[in-house]
Design a protein around this ligand. Structure first.
Ligand code: FE
Ligand code: FE
Ligand code: MG
Length: 165
């Protein structure tokens, strides 16, 4: 599994096992983000519910796409993705914010916090990959970070729209 990929990176001085750990933590975050969005979309109520539910479902699917990209990279580097969902909670950076208040406003705020955390996580991986000369991980993390920034902006815009001035 990914023997040559690993060899090249180790020659450049990259600590591949440390990179895999970071990717697995991000992988846990993606699954929890997926579940948080998906669950929130089901229970949402209040202002602009149809629009916000649709946006949350779209983001949920994009988080699942991120999980797949991160998973593929972990395997290419010779690692194993987290196999037991219980470990998502042990390894996550951003956690899981249980949607207890179903108002669209509260759900948007929860997910904005999660997106801000995700941006910081990928910013760290981008830097780590850049320093270690791993251009492939660099590009994957950079592209995911761009999606997370777009997610943050989409939610902020929706929150502005429902906030009475
Ligand atoms: Fe994501
Ligand atoms: Fe996101
Ligand atoms: Mg969007």
């Amino acid at each position: 599994m990914g023997k040559k990929a690993r060899e090249i990176l180790e020659k450049r001085g990259m600590k591949v096992d440390e990179l895999i750990k970071k990717l697995n933590r991000a992988y846990a975050d993606e699954w929890l983000a997926y579940i948080q969005y998906w669950t929130g979309a089901q229970v949402a109520e209040g202002l602009m519910r149809p629009n916000i539910e649709a946006e949350m479902m779209e983001h949920a699917n994009e988080e699942l796409g991120h999980a797949k990209k991160v998973c593929d990279r972990i395997i290419e580097l010779g690692g194993t993705p987290i196999l037991d969902p219980k470990d998502y909670f042990k390894q996550t950076n951003c956690g899981y914010d249980v949607p207890k208040n179903f108002s669209t406003k509260a759900l948007l705020k929860q997910n904005i916090d999660a997106e801000r955390c995700a941006i910081a996580v990928y910013n760290d991986i981008v830097e780590y990959a850049r320093k270690g000369g791993d251009t492939v991980t660099f590009h994957i993390a950079r592209s995911i970070m761009q999606d997370e920034m777009e997610h943050e902006q989409d939610l902020e815009d929706l929150l502005t729209d429902i906030t009475v001035k």
